[in-house]
Design a protein around this ligand. Structure first.
Ligand code: ZN
Length: 140
């Protein structure tokens, strides 16, 4: 199950590590050097539709890469997955589930150009908000 219009389905020579259900490669374009993407081999758009086997193989690669990045390059790493169907597929948005894994350092480029501004977004959790989301997750 691949999609010939999907850049993650047709990449072959760029795969740097793979297992039965997933593959890892460097993101192009990338945010920072060492910005990896880990994808299921099957073309799928919604992360909650991944099988248990796909999840296991994806996270095996995600944490393998995270550990290597921390051991060999940096002080930390970020893991990220976005689901934004309201955006059109393009060079920086691909409709094939993928997990970003990239190295982080104290005061690194990402911190300097964007994340320092995100600190102001944090606010204390309101108990009512906690109850609302609890109901959302637990009611049918
Ligand atoms: Zn695909």
């Amino acid at each position: 199950m691949t999609d010939s219009n999907c850049p993650f389905c047709i990449l072959n020579d760029r795969v740097l590590k793979e297992n039965k259900q997933a593959r890892a490669f460097l993101s192009n374009p990338r945010k920072v050097p060492g910005h990896f993407l880990v994808v299921p081999k099957r073309h799928i758009e919604k992360p909650w539709e991944l099988t248990t086997e796909e999840l296991q193989d994806i996270f095996e690669l995600v944490f393998f890469i995270e550990q290597r990045l921390v051991d060999k390059l940096g002080q930390g790493a970020d893991i990220r997955q976005n689901y934004r169907p309201y955006l059109k597929q393009g060079r920086i948005k691909v409709d094939h589930v993928h997990f970003h894994v990239y190295p982080r350092y104290k005061d690194d480029y990402l911190e300097q150009v964007s994340e320092k501004y995100e600190t102001d977004l944090f606010t204390d959790l309101d108990p009512e908000e906690n109850d609302d989301f609890s109901r959302m997750l637990n009611d049918d």
